[in-house]
Design a binder for this molecule. Structure first.
Ligand code: UDP
Length: 352
Protein backbone atom coordinates (compact mmCIF):
# COMPACT_ATOMS: atom_id res chain seq x y z
CA UNK A 1 0.00 0.00 0.00
CA UNK A 2 1.42 3.38 -1.03
CA UNK A 3 0.58 6.52 0.91
CA UNK A 4 1.49 10.12 0.21
CA UNK A 5 1.34 12.35 3.28
CA UNK A 6 0.88 16.03 2.45
CA UNK A 7 2.05 18.51 5.06
CA UNK A 8 3.31 22.08 5.16
CA UNK A 9 2.83 23.70 8.56
CA UNK A 10 4.30 23.25 12.04
CA UNK A 11 1.48 21.34 13.77
CA UNK A 12 1.30 18.94 10.82
CA UNK A 13 4.95 17.95 11.17
CA UNK A 14 4.28 16.93 14.76
CA UNK A 15 1.16 14.91 13.88
CA UNK A 16 2.78 13.34 10.81
CA UNK A 17 5.78 12.24 12.88
CA UNK A 18 3.50 10.03 14.98
CA UNK A 19 1.93 8.54 11.84
CA UNK A 20 5.29 7.90 10.10
CA UNK A 21 6.65 6.22 13.18
CA UNK A 22 3.71 3.79 13.16
CA UNK A 23 4.18 3.11 9.45
CA UNK A 24 7.81 2.18 10.16
CA UNK A 25 6.65 -0.22 12.90
CA UNK A 26 4.21 -1.90 10.50
CA UNK A 27 6.94 -2.18 7.85
CA UNK A 28 9.23 -3.81 10.43
CA UNK A 29 6.42 -6.31 11.11
CA UNK A 30 6.45 -7.14 7.37
CA UNK A 31 3.34 -5.22 6.31
CA UNK A 32 3.76 -3.89 2.73
CA UNK A 33 3.06 -0.24 3.53
CA UNK A 34 5.09 2.66 2.14
CA UNK A 35 4.87 6.37 2.79
CA UNK A 36 6.29 9.30 0.87
CA UNK A 37 6.10 12.82 2.25
CA UNK A 38 5.20 15.90 0.25
CA UNK A 39 6.10 19.21 1.95
CA UNK A 40 4.27 22.14 0.37
CA UNK A 41 6.73 24.68 1.78
CA UNK A 42 4.00 26.69 3.55
CA UNK A 43 6.27 26.92 6.60
CA UNK A 44 9.91 27.13 5.61
CA UNK A 45 11.93 28.81 8.41
CA UNK A 46 14.29 26.45 10.25
CA UNK A 47 12.42 26.85 13.54
CA UNK A 48 9.01 26.32 11.91
CA UNK A 49 9.94 23.33 9.73
CA UNK A 50 13.39 21.66 9.60
CA UNK A 51 13.76 21.50 13.38
CA UNK A 52 10.76 19.15 13.57
CA UNK A 53 12.05 16.82 10.86
CA UNK A 54 15.28 16.40 12.83
CA UNK A 55 13.85 16.33 16.32
CA UNK A 56 10.87 14.07 15.59
CA UNK A 57 12.76 11.89 13.10
CA UNK A 58 10.23 12.62 10.41
CA UNK A 59 11.44 11.15 7.08
CA UNK A 60 12.83 13.74 4.66
CA UNK A 61 10.22 14.87 2.15
CA UNK A 62 10.39 13.26 -1.30
CA UNK A 63 8.98 16.51 -2.67
CA UNK A 64 9.55 19.98 -1.22
CA UNK A 65 7.54 22.42 -3.29
CA UNK A 66 8.48 25.76 -1.78
CA UNK A 67 5.01 27.02 -2.70
CA UNK A 68 4.25 29.75 -0.19
CA UNK A 69 0.80 29.85 1.31
CA UNK A 70 -1.54 30.02 -1.72
CA UNK A 71 -3.95 27.07 -1.81
CA UNK A 72 -4.41 27.34 -5.58
CA UNK A 73 -0.66 27.37 -6.27
CA UNK A 74 -0.14 24.38 -4.02
CA UNK A 75 -3.02 22.46 -5.60
CA UNK A 76 -1.60 23.06 -9.08
CA UNK A 77 1.81 21.79 -8.04
CA UNK A 78 0.58 18.78 -6.04
CA UNK A 79 -1.87 17.41 -8.64
CA UNK A 80 0.73 16.39 -11.31
CA UNK A 81 2.78 14.60 -8.65
CA UNK A 82 -0.24 12.60 -7.47
CA UNK A 83 -1.23 11.85 -11.07
CA UNK A 84 2.20 10.45 -11.77
CA UNK A 85 2.62 8.57 -8.46
CA UNK A 86 -0.92 7.16 -8.23
CA UNK A 87 -0.75 6.42 -4.47
CA UNK A 88 -3.50 4.31 -2.89
CA UNK A 89 -4.37 7.21 -0.63
CA UNK A 90 -3.37 10.68 0.49
CA UNK A 91 -3.19 11.63 4.17
CA UNK A 92 -3.76 15.25 5.26
CA UNK A 93 -3.92 16.84 8.70
CA UNK A 94 -5.88 19.66 10.25
CA UNK A 95 -6.98 22.89 8.64
CA UNK A 96 -4.21 24.75 6.83
CA UNK A 97 -4.04 25.76 3.18
CA UNK A 98 -1.67 22.80 2.65
CA UNK A 99 -4.41 20.49 3.99
CA UNK A 100 -7.02 21.79 1.58
CA UNK A 101 -4.61 21.89 -1.37
CA UNK A 102 -3.66 18.25 -0.73
CA UNK A 103 -7.32 17.27 -0.51
CA UNK A 104 -8.32 19.18 -3.65
CA UNK A 105 -5.41 17.78 -5.67
CA UNK A 106 -6.17 14.21 -4.52
CA UNK A 107 -9.84 14.69 -5.32
CA UNK A 108 -8.98 15.94 -8.83
CA UNK A 109 -6.89 12.81 -9.35
CA UNK A 110 -9.52 10.42 -7.93
CA UNK A 111 -7.30 9.37 -5.01
CA UNK A 112 -9.01 8.66 -1.67
CA UNK A 113 -8.23 11.10 1.14
CA UNK A 114 -7.71 10.38 4.83
CA UNK A 115 -8.32 13.46 6.97
CA UNK A 116 -6.71 13.35 10.40
CA UNK A 117 -8.30 15.78 12.87
CA UNK A 118 -11.62 15.78 11.02
CA UNK A 119 -14.87 17.32 12.24
CA UNK A 120 -13.51 20.27 14.19
CA UNK A 121 -15.52 23.45 13.88
CA UNK A 122 -15.19 26.95 15.28
CA UNK A 123 -18.37 28.20 13.51
CA UNK A 124 -16.49 31.31 12.39
CA UNK A 125 -15.62 32.73 9.01
CA UNK A 126 -11.88 32.17 9.35
CA UNK A 127 -9.83 30.51 6.59
CA UNK A 128 -9.05 27.45 8.73
CA UNK A 129 -12.78 26.78 9.12
CA UNK A 130 -13.36 26.86 5.34
CA UNK A 131 -10.32 24.64 4.82
CA UNK A 132 -11.45 21.97 7.27
CA UNK A 133 -15.07 21.92 6.10
CA UNK A 134 -14.11 21.43 2.45
CA UNK A 135 -11.47 18.85 3.34
CA UNK A 136 -14.00 16.89 5.42
CA UNK A 137 -16.48 16.90 2.57
CA UNK A 138 -13.83 15.57 0.15
CA UNK A 139 -12.40 12.95 2.52
CA UNK A 140 -12.96 9.20 2.32
CA UNK A 141 -11.80 8.48 5.89
CA UNK A 142 -12.53 11.00 8.64
CA UNK A 143 -10.45 10.51 11.78
CA UNK A 144 -12.05 12.52 14.59
CA UNK A 145 -10.34 13.35 17.88
CA UNK A 146 -13.51 13.94 19.93
CA UNK A 147 -17.23 13.14 20.19
CA UNK A 148 -17.97 16.79 19.39
CA UNK A 149 -16.13 16.39 16.08
CA UNK A 150 -18.27 13.35 15.25
CA UNK A 151 -21.45 15.33 16.06
CA UNK A 152 -20.27 18.26 13.92
CA UNK A 153 -19.84 15.95 10.93
CA UNK A 154 -23.22 14.32 11.56
CA UNK A 155 -24.84 17.76 11.52
CA UNK A 156 -23.38 18.22 8.03
CA UNK A 157 -24.65 14.81 6.89
CA UNK A 158 -21.27 13.04 7.07
CA UNK A 159 -21.66 9.69 8.84
CA UNK A 160 -19.79 7.17 6.67
CA UNK A 161 -16.21 6.10 7.48
CA UNK A 162 -16.12 8.49 10.44
CA UNK A 163 -13.88 7.16 13.23
CA UNK A 164 -13.32 8.46 16.73
CA UNK A 165 -9.65 7.70 17.27
CA UNK A 166 -8.54 10.28 19.86
CA UNK A 167 -6.04 13.01 19.34
CA UNK A 168 -2.79 12.23 17.53
CA UNK A 169 -1.22 15.19 19.35
CA UNK A 170 -1.76 13.33 22.61
CA UNK A 171 0.47 10.54 21.22
CA UNK A 172 3.16 13.17 20.65
CA UNK A 173 2.68 14.81 24.05
CA UNK A 174 3.04 11.46 25.85
CA UNK A 175 6.04 10.41 23.84
CA UNK A 176 8.19 13.40 22.99
CA UNK A 177 6.55 15.87 25.32
CA UNK A 178 7.55 13.75 28.29
CA UNK A 179 11.27 14.15 27.50
CA UNK A 180 12.74 16.72 29.89
CA UNK A 181 14.94 19.36 28.25
CA UNK A 182 17.29 21.91 29.78
CA UNK A 183 15.45 24.85 28.26
CA UNK A 184 14.54 26.38 31.65
CA UNK A 185 18.22 26.38 32.63
CA UNK A 186 19.30 27.70 29.23
CA UNK A 187 16.80 30.54 29.47
CA UNK A 188 17.75 31.05 33.14
CA UNK A 189 14.10 30.83 34.22
CA UNK A 190 13.84 30.39 37.96
CA UNK A 191 10.63 32.20 38.92
CA UNK A 192 7.04 31.34 37.94
CA UNK A 193 6.27 32.54 34.43
CA UNK A 194 3.50 32.71 31.86
CA UNK A 195 4.02 31.16 28.41
CA UNK A 196 2.60 33.04 25.42
CA UNK A 197 2.19 32.21 21.72
CA UNK A 198 0.18 34.24 19.19
CA UNK A 199 -0.08 33.54 15.47
CA UNK A 200 -3.70 33.46 14.29
CA UNK A 201 -4.42 35.83 11.43
CA UNK A 202 -7.44 37.27 13.25
CA UNK A 203 -5.05 38.48 15.98
CA UNK A 204 -1.95 39.36 13.97
CA UNK A 205 -3.61 40.95 10.92
CA UNK A 206 -5.72 43.32 12.98
CA UNK A 207 -3.24 45.62 14.64
CA UNK A 208 -5.70 46.77 17.29
CA UNK A 209 -6.10 43.14 18.46
CA UNK A 210 -2.36 42.62 18.69
CA UNK A 211 -1.96 45.98 20.40
CA UNK A 212 -4.54 45.07 23.07
CA UNK A 213 -2.80 41.73 23.68
CA UNK A 214 0.55 43.50 24.08
CA UNK A 215 -0.95 46.12 26.40
CA UNK A 216 -2.47 43.38 28.56
CA UNK A 217 0.84 41.49 28.67
CA UNK A 218 2.63 44.73 29.57
CA UNK A 219 0.31 45.19 32.57
CA UNK A 220 0.85 41.68 33.93
CA UNK A 221 3.46 41.43 36.65
CA UNK A 222 4.61 37.90 35.80
CA UNK A 223 7.58 37.17 33.55
CA UNK A 224 6.19 36.19 30.15
CA UNK A 225 8.13 33.79 27.92
CA UNK A 226 7.05 34.34 24.32
CA UNK A 227 8.48 32.11 21.57
CA UNK A 228 7.33 34.26 18.69
CA UNK A 229 5.86 32.95 15.44
CA UNK A 230 7.52 34.53 12.36
CA UNK A 231 4.18 36.02 11.25
CA UNK A 232 3.78 37.88 14.55
CA UNK A 233 7.42 38.96 14.52
CA UNK A 234 6.98 40.45 11.06
CA UNK A 235 3.84 42.38 12.02
CA UNK A 236 5.47 43.79 15.16
CA UNK A 237 8.60 44.77 13.20
CA UNK A 238 6.39 46.80 10.85
CA UNK A 239 4.58 48.73 13.62
CA UNK A 240 6.61 51.08 15.85
CA UNK A 241 3.73 51.43 18.35
CA UNK A 242 3.83 47.69 19.00
CA UNK A 243 7.62 47.72 19.28
CA UNK A 244 7.37 50.54 21.78
CA UNK A 245 4.99 48.60 24.04
CA UNK A 246 7.39 45.66 24.03
CA UNK A 247 10.44 47.82 24.67
CA UNK A 248 8.77 49.28 27.78
CA UNK A 249 7.91 45.84 29.18
CA UNK A 250 11.19 44.07 30.00
CA UNK A 251 9.31 41.24 31.75
CA UNK A 252 8.14 40.07 28.29
CA UNK A 253 10.89 37.85 26.91
CA UNK A 254 10.52 37.42 23.18
CA UNK A 255 12.49 34.68 21.44
CA UNK A 256 12.37 32.63 18.27
CA UNK A 257 9.94 29.69 18.18
CA UNK A 258 11.46 26.65 19.81
CA UNK A 259 11.39 22.90 19.06
CA UNK A 260 8.72 20.51 20.24
CA UNK A 261 10.45 19.07 23.31
CA UNK A 262 11.45 22.57 24.46
CA UNK A 263 7.94 23.98 24.08
CA UNK A 264 6.58 20.97 25.98
CA UNK A 265 9.01 21.72 28.83
CA UNK A 266 7.91 25.36 28.81
CA UNK A 267 4.23 24.31 28.76
CA UNK A 268 4.63 21.87 31.65
CA UNK A 269 6.36 24.37 33.92
CA UNK A 270 4.32 27.49 33.14
CA UNK A 271 1.90 28.98 35.67
CA UNK A 272 -0.51 29.30 32.77
CA UNK A 273 -0.43 29.53 28.97
CA UNK A 274 -1.75 32.48 26.98
CA UNK A 275 -2.31 31.43 23.39
CA UNK A 276 -4.41 31.51 20.26
CA UNK A 277 -2.95 28.19 19.07
CA UNK A 278 -5.32 25.27 18.67
CA UNK A 279 -2.67 22.69 19.50
CA UNK A 280 -1.41 24.47 22.58
CA UNK A 281 -4.87 24.68 24.16
CA UNK A 282 -4.88 20.89 24.30
CA UNK A 283 -1.22 20.52 25.18
CA UNK A 284 -1.83 22.84 28.12
CA UNK A 285 -4.38 20.31 29.37
CA UNK A 286 -2.15 17.29 28.53
CA UNK A 287 0.46 18.82 30.83
CA UNK A 288 -2.22 19.99 33.30
CA UNK A 289 -1.35 23.67 32.90
CA UNK A 290 -4.29 26.10 32.79
CA UNK A 291 -4.83 27.84 29.45
CA UNK A 292 -6.18 31.28 28.60
CA UNK A 293 -7.19 31.46 24.96
CA UNK A 294 -6.98 34.79 23.16
CA UNK A 295 -9.92 33.99 20.93
CA UNK A 296 -13.69 34.20 21.40
CA UNK A 297 -14.28 30.58 20.39
CA UNK A 298 -12.48 27.25 20.28
CA UNK A 299 -12.73 23.99 18.41
CA UNK A 300 -11.60 22.23 21.61
CA UNK A 301 -14.80 22.88 23.57
CA UNK A 302 -14.09 20.16 26.17
CA UNK A 303 -11.14 22.14 27.53
CA UNK A 304 -13.46 25.07 28.29
CA UNK A 305 -16.38 22.94 29.55
CA UNK A 306 -14.21 21.24 32.19
CA UNK A 307 -12.52 24.53 33.13
CA UNK A 308 -8.92 23.96 31.97
CA UNK A 309 -9.28 26.66 29.33
CA UNK A 310 -10.80 30.16 29.49
CA UNK A 311 -11.77 32.13 26.39
CA UNK A 312 -10.99 35.82 26.73
CA UNK A 313 -10.64 37.20 23.20
CA UNK A 314 -8.36 40.23 23.10
CA UNK A 315 -10.01 42.38 25.76
CA UNK A 316 -7.31 43.79 28.07
CA UNK A 317 -9.34 43.47 31.28
CA UNK A 318 -10.55 39.96 30.50
CA UNK A 319 -6.97 38.81 29.85
CA UNK A 320 -5.67 40.30 33.10
CA UNK A 321 -8.62 39.03 35.16
CA UNK A 322 -8.27 35.52 33.71
CA UNK A 323 -4.59 35.36 34.72
CA UNK A 324 -5.49 36.52 38.24
CA UNK A 325 -8.26 33.92 38.52
CA UNK A 326 -6.49 30.91 37.03
CA UNK A 327 -8.07 27.63 38.20
CA UNK A 328 -6.79 24.06 38.16
CA UNK A 329 -9.92 21.90 37.94
CA UNK A 330 -9.90 18.52 39.68
CA UNK A 331 -11.67 16.93 36.72
CA UNK A 332 -9.97 15.33 33.72
CA UNK A 333 -11.27 15.46 30.15
CA UNK A 334 -12.58 12.11 28.95
CA UNK A 335 -11.57 12.65 25.32
CA UNK A 336 -8.34 12.66 23.28
CA UNK A 337 -7.80 8.88 23.41
CA UNK A 338 -5.11 6.78 25.02
CA UNK A 339 -1.97 7.88 23.20
CA UNK A 340 -2.37 5.23 20.45
CA UNK A 341 -4.25 7.31 17.92
CA UNK A 342 -1.67 6.86 15.14
CA UNK A 343 -1.84 3.08 15.52
CA UNK A 344 -5.62 3.10 15.26
CA UNK A 345 -5.49 5.24 12.11
CA UNK A 346 -2.87 3.05 10.44
CA UNK A 347 -4.82 -0.12 11.34
CA UNK A 348 -7.99 1.28 9.75
CA UNK A 349 -6.10 2.36 6.61
CA UNK A 350 -4.34 -1.02 6.37
CA UNK A 351 -7.75 -2.71 6.25
CA UNK A 352 -8.54 -0.82 3.03
N1 UDP B 1 5.03 24.68 19.03
C1 UDP B 1 6.40 24.46 18.97
N2 UDP B 1 7.25 25.51 19.23
C2 UDP B 1 6.80 26.75 19.54
C3 UDP B 1 5.41 26.98 19.61
C4 UDP B 1 4.54 25.93 19.33
O1 UDP B 1 6.83 23.34 18.70
O2 UDP B 1 7.63 27.64 19.75
C5 UDP B 1 4.12 23.56 18.78
C6 UDP B 1 3.10 23.34 19.86
O3 UDP B 1 3.63 22.56 20.89
C7 UDP B 1 1.98 22.65 19.12
C8 UDP B 1 2.09 23.20 17.72
O4 UDP B 1 3.36 23.84 17.63
O5 UDP B 1 2.21 21.25 19.09
C9 UDP B 1 0.98 24.17 17.47
O6 UDP B 1 1.19 24.79 16.26
P1 UDP B 1 0.56 26.19 15.91
O7 UDP B 1 0.28 26.92 17.14
O8 UDP B 1 1.49 26.80 14.91
O9 UDP B 1 -0.76 25.81 15.11
P2 UDP B 1 -2.24 25.45 15.56
O10 UDP B 1 -2.17 24.38 16.59
O11 UDP B 1 -2.88 26.71 16.05
O12 UDP B 1 -2.87 24.97 14.30
Amino acid sequence: MNIITIIGARPQFIKAAMFSQTIKQRQAEGYPIHEKILHTGQHYDYEMSDIFFTELELPAPTWHLGCGASTDEMTQQIAPILRQEQPDMVVVYGDTNSTLAGARAAHQCGIPIAHVEAGLRSFTNMTEEHNRIETDHLAHWLFCPTSTAISNLKAEGITERVYKVGDIMYDAALQIGSIATDTLDKLAISSPYLLATIHRAENTDQIDCLERILLAFAQLSWPIIWPMHPRTKKVISEHPTLQQILSQAPHIRVMDSVGYADIATLEKNAYCILTDSGGMQKEAYFHRTPCITLREETEWVETVQIGWNTLVGTDINRIITAVKNVQRPQQDIAEYGNGHTAQQIVDILCAF
